[in-house]
Design a binder for this molecule. Structure first.
Ligand code: PMP
Length: 403
């Protein structure tokens, strides 16, 4: 009897992915990173089209300089929680800058985006309160619910009518309910119907938290996300985000129109019981935030790529996860073999993407996820599209449906 016996399925899956001795599609070893869009993997230089580096800021000159200067000035780490010795001026300045960008009262920085969701959900919703979450939410949202003492209810993905029904059933308790959705879902690249969700939550007097992890920097005139783009910032109570995607660093945040968000610092365990972010991470993120706010040029380049790839993928007969273009283009397959074959074909053609397979995917689908960056050149896009064209037979319905 071993504690590891229960991992038989994982053992089999790991072994099958390693078959053939090539580069594994999961936890792919990145040997050398050359730029935001280029790396050497398995001895070959590839175009990176499977990161969350939407604006390409990981190699931005100002962000790098800010990180280096912060190490020189404040050291490599804080070695303490925000509640103890880790409450540096840089953390406080970044929180203020984030909240000011939204014109909101309060902002809290967490050490990762994962912890931001854990800290916000477990802190905001407690005993005798309710969390009503989109069923396809990121693991950090579901884990935040588990850490909270609130009752968690899931509603059908992107279905405001189901949300309406479930809030209706809660009656007066709807006012003690926090609705939690993402704005851009990164598995399929689809967007939440935020206008309808806001209508429903207002009608029932509930609260709303939107995770803009994949949309911050990407949508809106100032890059603040889909809520900004849709003019909904006055209707949303909390926004969670991460530094690890458009901002090119590591860390996370929760912002609110409500000044009382500050009280979360006193109760939120994922905020209290962990070291605060390292000074270089905070400084690079602050520099990246300035770039995001004035980054219409970067967004235009990203969206140009997004439209081109979306149109070409449709023309080639692939089944996409979202009806509209976006920085995430998900190619859906019923068969794991077809998904794996496309991932491998793209890899062999010099393009790194993400492969997602059951049980980590919705509806048992296998998904090849291509993500774009403002740092991609037109030639990178041509290479991605040529590789998709060379394997277009895998995107055709018979291959998609093969068991
Ligand atoms: N929320 C969503 C929607 C995400 O996709 C992610 C990361 N993939 C996170 C939160 C967690 O962010 P981080 O990587 O900063 O922990």
């Amino acid at each position: 009897m071993s504690l590891f016996d229960k991992f038989a399925a994982q053992r089999t899956l790991r072994a099958s992915l390693a078959e053939g001795g090539g580069v594994a599609p999961i936890a792919t070893p990145m040997d050398t990173i050359h730029s935001a869009t280029s790396a050497t993997i398995g001895g070959r230089r590839l175009v990176l089209a499977g990161t969350n580096n939407y604006l390409g800021l990981t190699f931005d000159a100002e962000c790098r300089a800010a990180a280096i200067a912060a190490i020189e000035a404040s050291g490599t780490g804080t070695t303490g929680s925000r509640m103890a010795s880790g409450n540096y001026a840089g953390h406080r300045a970044l929180e203020r800058a984030l909240a000011d960008a939204f014109g909101w009262a309060s902002g809290i920085v967490f050490s990762t985006g994962y912890q931001a969701n854990l800290g916000a959900l477990s802190g905001l919703a407690g005993n005798d309160e309710f969390l009503l979450v989109d069923a396809d939410s990121h693991a950090s949202i579901h884990d935040g619910c588990r850490l909270s003492n609130a009752t968690t209810i899931r509603f059908r993905h992107n279905d405001p009518e189901d949300l309406d029904r479930r809030l209706g059933r809660l009656g007066a308790d709807a006012k003690r309910t926090l609705v939690v959705v993402e704005s851009l879902y990164s598995t399929r690249g689809d967007r939440a119907p935020l206008r309808e969700i806001v209508e429903v939550k207002k009608r029932h007097g509930a609260w709303l938290l939107v995770d803009e992890a994949h949309s911050f920097g990407v949508f809106g005139p100032h890059g603040l996300g889909l809520c900004e783009e849709l003019g909904l910032l006055d209707e949303v109570d909390f926004i969670v985000g991460t530094f690890s995607k458009s901002l090119g660093g590591v860390g996370g945040f929760c912002l609110s129109r409500h000044a009382d968000l500050e009280l979360l610092r006193m109760v939120s365990r994922p905020y209290i019981f962990t070291a605060s972010s390292a000074p270089p991470a905070i400084a690079a993120t602050h520099a990246a935030l300035r770039r995001v706010l004035e980054g219409q040029d970067l967004r235009e380049r990203l969206w140009k790529h997004a439209h081109r790839l979306h149109d070409e993928a449709i023309r080639l007969g692939y089944r996409l996860g979202a009806p509209t273009p976006g920085p995430v283009v998900a190619l859906l397959f019923e068969s794991r073999e077809a998904g794996l074959a496309l991932w491998q074909g793209l890899f062999d053609a010099g393009v790194y993407t993400n492969l997602m397979i059951p049980p980590a995917t919705p509806a048992g689908l296998s998904i090849v996820r291509i993500s774009l960056s403002a740092a991609h050149g037109d030639d990178d896009l041509s290479r991605i599209i040529a590789a998709l064209a060379a394997h277009a037979d895998l995107g055709s319905p018979p291959a998609r449906l093969r068991a």
